[in-house]
Design a protein around this ligand. Structure first.
Ligand code: PDD
Length: 286
């Protein structure tokens, strides 16, 4: 039998089915918390430090005292990975403000809750890589601090539900002017006249770690990158790509049932994907 799943909850590792949080945890009562999802390939993490640094920034943004030092957190993540049965894993880290009688204002010092769980890293199907994913666009209904990786994901859950209802993979948020911001759990890029374009980092998008990696490999490959607002109907738009920790980048070939470019994964997107996968393979071999 394979090893049972184990979670880290407030200073101890416990079997996942016994991992419990108090009903008055502010994460449960108010979504008063932040999170991270990190990929680990055969024991080597993809950008662990940038993920933990973003977690620290998210905590600071909502004035949660980060519960551990970076070094301690790295050790806990590694222990959580080792105690679970997956070679390629997705490590989920969540920090909430802690437990207190339900009141918007916290009147006493409380200790933040820290949870780490580990699951098998989901892989995009070959079909999605070959034929591309499909998306829909929705008016952005989220709050005004999307740069914080908040656990308040109701809008994303609703967006994903709409995507599923429409028989597609992801829903992408549009601002009031129709600019494409990001997906429910992904960043999005377009290739416009050969230039890789993505919305600049502001309060309307999460600074995706995979977004950074895609930009970096693209620049290294001599592809021009522009961080600017863009729309789906721009002349010269030939490809779209979405990025996230669990997908690297994937081509988006249809949006709102209309083909993007020629409806097939494009050259630039495939190149970026191939370069990112090469980096991941190098990690796996390390
Ligand atoms: N989501 N934008 C949003 C709104 C996201 O939720 C995510 C990630 C991303 C991509 O970020 P990164 O490249 O750092 O994974 C962009 C995670 C994976 C999730 O909620 O499961």
């Amino acid at each position: 039998m394979s090893k049972p799943l184990v979670a880290y909850v407030n200073n101890s590792f416990v079997p996942l089915e016994k991992a419990m949080i108090h009903v008055e945890d502010r994460g449960f009562q108010f979504a008063d918390g932040v999170y991270e999802v990190v990929a680990c390939y055969a024991g080597t993490y993809l950008d662990l430090k940038p993920h933990l640094a973003r977690l620290q920034r998210s905590c600071a943004a909502i004035a949660i005292d980060f519960p551990k030092s970076m070094a301690e957190l790295e050790v806990l993540v590694q222990q959580a990975y080792e105690k679970n049965p997956f070679d390629d894993a997705m490590v989920y880290i969540q920090v909430t403000r802690g437990v207190a009688p339900r009141n918007h204002v916290v009147n006493q010092p409380i200790t933040p809750t820290l949870v780490i769980t580990v699951r098998e890293l989901p892989k995009p199907s070959d079909a999605k890589v070959k034929t591309g994913v499909q998306g829909i666009t929705l008016q952005d209904i989220r709050w005004k601090h999307c740069e914080i990786k908040s656990i308040a994901l109701l809008a994303s859950v609703m967006g994903k539900q709409e995507a599923v209802r429409a028989g597609v993979d992801e829903a992408f948020w549009l601002d009031a002017q129709g600019h494409v911001l990001e997906g429910c759990a992904t960043n999005i890029f377009a290739v416009i006249d050969g230039v890789l374009v993505t919305h600049p980092l502001d309060n309307q998008v999460l600074g995706g770690i995979t977004r950074n990696m895609a930009i970096e490999v693209a620049k290294d490959a001599g592809i021009v990158v522009q961080e600017r607002a863009w729309k789906l109907d721009e002349t010269g738009l030939s490809e779209c790509l979405m990025s996230s920790t669990t997908n690297a980048v994937l081509p988006v070939c249809r949006m709102n049932q209309q083909v993007i470019g020629d409806g097939k994964p494009g050259e630039i997107g495939l190149k970026i994907r191939q370069l990112m996968l090469a980096k991941i393979d190098a990690l796996r071999a390390a």
